[in-house]
Design a protein around this ligand. Structure first.
Ligand SMILES: [Zn+2]
Length: 90
């Protein structure tokens, strides 16, 4: 994902595929910009997409990207809450 500069906000989303017992209410499906997999975009993420030119990626692509660019990954506190909530239920 080296084509993205450091100004780019990466929005990591849960893949639709797989056994997820918890999806944030109000989530919508989008495609990962990197691999094309369907992902859930939570309301906080949808807001981010409206406010900035954020790029939607799945957890797998986002994780790989974060490894390459440590510290550049932007996660909002709302997203952290959603991830915590998701972890509790999975
Ligand atoms: Zn992906």
């Amino acid at each position: 994902m080296s084509q993205y500069d450091e100004e780019t906000t990466i929005l990591m989303c849960l893949p639709v595929e797989g056994d997820h017992r918890y999806i944030v209410p109000g989530s919508v499906q989008r495609q990962c910009e990197d691999c094309g997999a369907l992902v859930w975009v939570a309301p906080s993420g949808q807001q981010l997409l409206i406010e900035s030119s954020a790029i939607v990626v799945c957890m797998n692509c986002g994780r790989a990207w974060a490894k390459e660019q440590p510290g550049d990954l932007e996660i909002t506190s709302k997203q952290i809450d959603e991830i915590k909530e998701w972890r509790k239920r999975n």
